[in-house]
Design a protein around this ligand. Sequence first.
Ligand code: ADP
Ligand code: MG
Length: 243
Amino acid sequence: QALGISIEDKGPLHIVPAPIAQFEELGVLPAYVLEALRKCGITAPLPIQSQALPLVLSGCDVVGIAQTGSGKTLAFLLPAIVHIEAQQPIPRGCIQPIALILAPTRELAVQIVEEAWKVLRGSKSGRHSNGVWATAVYGGGKKHQQLRELQYGSEIVAATPGRLIDFLTQQSMSLDRVTYLVLDEADRMLEQGFAEDVANISGQVRPERQVLFFSATWSSEVQMLASGLCHRSSRPVRISVGQ
Ligand code: ADP
Ligand code: MG
């Protein structure tokens, strides 16, 4: 698979870290994550992971253009866990995620948290005594059930825009602690008509957040959405896998 890496032309030069061949090379993944990856038979990073992981961990905003099945989920989940482990845990009863992942469909939101659970099962042995946890928030699911799960203290939330806005409007949830914002399958997000909702949500996240933006295509509409989200002084690094 051809792997191209390109840097947006206008911003200051990034020092692009070398791609990794092994997850251990990152040096910052908690032991429980490395063990969980091994147990799941995930032995080596896929191309987008070997490029994106060191970049994301260096604090850059990253735009990843890659097809389904290329391994984007772990590319944003693993750095999210490192980011969270470095902070104080969310107190019980407090619904204040640190990493917010926006997804266009319920199925995708659920798939993302299931991928997260695979690597988080051992997280009680990490710095957070109750473990780092992930919760899916989506329309159609029972609200009170999702809220109860969130109240156990979920640092990672994968959400569809509609239900998330619902929770924000009811003030059931606060985005004050979100410093890591992911937009997954941005092209499908636009197809579903979520552009305005995404802008509304990202407007409630502090401006100096780190942004990871993923899409299968790079149309002008997708580019516009990306530039609306990645507005820190440094420009996003763009990684393309395939054509
Ligand atoms: P995408 O989001 O790009 O569509 P996913 O992140 O959902 O792709 O990954 C597709 C599948 O590949 C998942 O089942 C995931 O567990 C698996 N996977 C991810 N990374 C690796 C890896 N490094 N080695 C083997 N399998 C992997
Ligand atoms: Mg995906």
